[in-house]
Design a protein around this ligand. Structure first.
Ligand SMILES: Nc1ncnc2c1ncn2[C@@H]1O[C@H](COP(=O)(O)OP(=O)(O)OP(=O)(O)O)[C@@H](O)[C@H]1O
Ligand SMILES: [Mg+2]
Length: 270
């Protein structure tokens, strides 16, 4: 593998997804160095989840190519899956199981056995800050606890690249920060590369090293949060950047708002 391939965790070239006549993703080109927290922004329907699904091998591209952790998603999906973790947009933890049971299931899914499995599950409970409630049903957890559990589940096998689709949707500010801390910790201690999608401009600003804004399936702009703000104006916020490049409109308070209602995370667990 050439050294450039080793230092690049995610790369896409002309990546395109069509549904019939509709183009959901249009010739996307991205290159994410290892150890970065990369944010994918864009209004509803911009193509963020589509991009994540192709990169996690859940969806085939119509044309173009992508590599993750040095492997082509179309040619070597099994090698890619071994090296990634994925926290989907909809919740993945099972509310009818305890935290420990959820972790054991994920550990089995990732092929962890015996003593390694026991050790990783207890480490994960500590990482998620859920030791005290390890044997409680997840449906009794707050949204922040559930999301931290899901991050722990998705990283049991120590993936090189972690994908999270709207990891803090519906969380209160305190819960959001505890998720951010866990993600930073994974980057610092494991050197993990993390790609998130978000509608939260604060999250994009404080958590991400680099951002891509998508608009109608196309890459509208790419850069570090500070560089993007500077590009728009001396006092520009990331919301201003988003409005400039995404085609979104300002609401009456002058800030960008997602059109969706913020959904209640715990209620969705049923
Ligand atoms: N299976 C499908 N068939 C047809 N169109 C689809 C399908 N899946 C997604 N799309 C369309 O592709 C576009 C991109 O969807 P995608 O889910 O990637 O958006 P997104 O940026 O994640 O949006 P959100 O912020 O709402 O999660 C949307 O217009 C969506 O309606
Ligand atoms: Mg989405």
């Amino acid at each position: 593998m050439p050294s450039s391939a080793r230092s690049i965790a995610i790369s896409t070239v002309e990546l395109t997804k069509r549904y019939g006549e509709f183009t959901a993703l249009d010739r996307l080109g991205l290159s994410v160095p290892r150890g970065r927290i990369f944010g994918l922004l864009g209004p509803n329907g911009a193509g963020k989840s589509t991009t994540i699904k192709i990169l996690t091998t859940l969806l085939d591209a119509s044309s173009g190519s992508a590599t993750v952790a040095g492997f082509d998603v179309a040619a070597d999906p099994v090698e890619v899956r071994r090296r990634i973790g994925y926290v989907p947009q909809l919740l993945s933890a099972d509310g009818a199981l305890t935290a420990t049971e959820n972790l054991v299931l994920s550990a089995r899914l990732h092929g962890l056995h015996g003593r390694t499995r026991v050790a990783r599950v207890s480490e994960a409970l500590v990482f998620a800050g859920l030791e005290a409630v390890a044997n409680k049903l997840v449906r009794t957890f707050s949204g922040g606890m559930v999301r931290r559990l899901e991050v722990a589940q998705a990283t049991l096998h120590r993936p090189e690249v972690l994908f999270l689709d709207e990891p803090t949707l519906g969380l209160d500010p305190v819960a959001r920060k505890t998720v951010w801390e866990r993600l930073r910790q994974l980057r610092e201690t494991e050197g993990m590369t993390i790609l998130i999608t978000t509608h939260d401009m604060d999250e994009a600003d404080v958590l991400c090293d680099e951002l891509a804004i998508l608009h109608q399936g196309r890459l509208a702009v790419l850069g570090a949060p500070d560089a993007l703000k500077a590009q728009v104006g001396p006092d520009a916020t990331l919301a201003d950047v988003f409005v400039r490049f995404s085609g979104a409109v300002l609401d009456h308070g002058g800030s960008y708002r997602d059109v969706r209602e913020s959904r209640d995370t715990v209620r969705r667990l049923g």
